[in-house]
Ligand binder design. Structure first.
Ligand code: BGC
Length: 235
């Protein structure tokens, strides 16, 4: 970029089950605003969530928008939203939000975006996110395998990773049990994927109280916003 040219600013949005967060990134993906957050509306219908994003966006200056969404995404359309509302199934989020904000909008799965904000870009890298739900993203030499819905895959005792390790399980079962389940999950995943690195993000990763294997580390939750720049840079 020519130094005299102004930076193209990206509003990065992370839609979560409990909070909606935004930050503004410059061309290089560096934050140029503080992170701001509002509670996810209940019920979290497309209209209510878009209204919350518009409120957050009003306080910012930006040219384009990157959105991390907690469900399967194809071409800006949301196909699942287990922790939001069933009315998201088949909703064209990219176009609906673009009309409201009058800016180009791109959308990807939240764990995929978190991964872009965390990985090194070398080898086989797995990302899991521990928040309201259980997110997962897989990268090979920095190339994403999109929409890896591992959270809803069977884990143990007839339950999925999300049922055993989502926020509801953490609150119901307590930290001790949740940590011992997480240690088991990591051992499983290491055998399944044989990854070089595992990154653990999401708001509940702060509750981890055991020593992680040397190829695993916790990444700051802001990665879920920083990775948004890749929605524009990779294309
Ligand atoms: C969704 C995933 C999402 C994860 C974390 C799961 O319930 O199915 O798409 O990445 O929650 O938000």
């Amino acid at each position: 970029m020519n130094q005299s040219e102004p930076s193209i600013l990206t509003l990065s949005v992370d839609i979560g089950g409990s909070g909606i967060k935004v930050i503004v990134l410059d061309d290089l993906g560096n934050p140029v605003s503080d992170r701001s957050r509002l509670k996810t509306p209940k019920p979290a219908t497309p209209e209510a969530v878009i209204k919350t994003i518009v409120t957050l966006a009003k306080a910012e200056t930006f040219d384009r928008v990157a959105v991390g969404f907690p469900g399967v995404i194809h071409n800006g359309v949301t196909y699942t939203a287990v922790n939001l509302d069933s009315s998201w199934i088949g909703f064209d989020l990219a176009n609906a939000l673009s009309e409201k904000l009058e800016k180009p909008v791109r959308v990807a799965n939240d764990a995929d975006i978190q991964g872009w904000g965390a990985i090194s870009g070398k080898g086989l890298e797995l990302v899991i996110t521990l928040g309201t739900g259980f997110g997962a993203a897989l990268f090979i030499d920095g190339k994403l395998v999109p929409n890896l819905e591992m959270g809803h895959h069977p884990f143990r005792k007839g339950e999925t990773y999300e049922q055993q390790l989502g926020r509801e399980a953490l609150e119901r079962k307590g930290k001790k049990k949740w940590n011992s389940r997480l240690a088991k999950a990591i051992a499983n995943l290491e055998h399944l994927f044989n990854y070089d690195n595992l990154y653990i993000g999401g708001g509940e990763a702060k509750n981890i109280n055991f020593e992680l294997p040397s190829n695993a580390k916790v990444v700051p939750n802001v990665a879920g916003l920083l990775g948004g720049i890749k929605l524009f840079v990779n294309s």
